[in-house]
Design a protein around this ligand. Structure first.
Ligand code: HEC
Length: 182
């Protein structure tokens, strides 16, 4: 009985601690620093910033933009090399390829990125690090003001991880990946 009580109290304390901001699965300073390194690696690979590579945008689905461009690459961050997938999200609703191609900068709404970190970073979710950048490389935030970088919305029933866990390897476009990575 006493043991159970202690276990119960420890669970309560653990619960309370994990609710503290610095223990959040995403949006911490460490996550923001790591995301900044990813953005720099993207700039170095011409996947972001001035002179970035372009592909032919295709029609998207919610929650990503109305028109999308997706690039499959890899990057090395702090000595670790992992898969890097960059998705540019264009909007608003109703735009087509011609408008995006004519002025991509004006229509770019966000850049969503998945980077496969070192083993053990997030073993439950194949070690993916999730980021939602605004076009200038700063981090987008959720309605609670939390920065969207790290194990985004881990444990929640909505968000990057929850939705992508419905896809094989967390990737919806695996056919493309298979073709690109051979
Ligand atoms: C409600 C579901 C949903 C949510 C939430 C979601 N995504 Fe996606 N994501 C998709 C779908 C569907 C695709 C495939 C779109 C396409 O056709 O290119 C996709 C594609 C991607 C891709 C390209 C790789 C792939 O899976 O094909 C990246 C990168 C990505 N999402 C990142 C994110 C990030 C980062 C977040 C959170 C900030 C997020 N996504 C939230 C559904 C979702």
């Amino acid at each position: 009985m006493k043991k159970q009580l202690i276990a119960g109290i420890s669970a309560l304390i653990l619960g309370a601690t994990s609710a503290l901001a610095q223990d959040a699965p995403f949006g911490t300073d460490a996550d923001a620093d790591y995301a900044a390194k990813i953005w720099s690696a993207m700039e170095a690979a011409n996947l972001a910033g001035d002179g970035m590579l372009r592909s032919f945008p295709y029609e998207g689905v919610a929650p990503h933009g109305m028109m999308l461009e997706t690039f499959y690459s890899s990057a090395t961050i702090d000595g670790h090399t992992g898969d890097l997938i960059v998705k540019r999200n264009y909007g608003p609703e109703g735009i087509g390829t011609d408008e995006v191609l004519a002025d991509p900068g004006k229509h770019l709404g966000a850049v969503t990125v998945m980077f496969r970190r070192e083993k053990g970073f997030d073993a439950d979710n194949q070690d993916w690090f999730w980021v939602k950048f605004l076009p200038d490389g700063s981090l987008d935030k959720n309605p609670k003001g939390m920065r969207l970088a790290g194990k985004v919305a881990k444990g929640a029933d909505k968000g990057c991880i929850a939705c992508h866990s419905g896809a094989e390897d967390y990737l919806f476009t695996t056919d493309h990946v298979g073709a690109m990575m051979q």
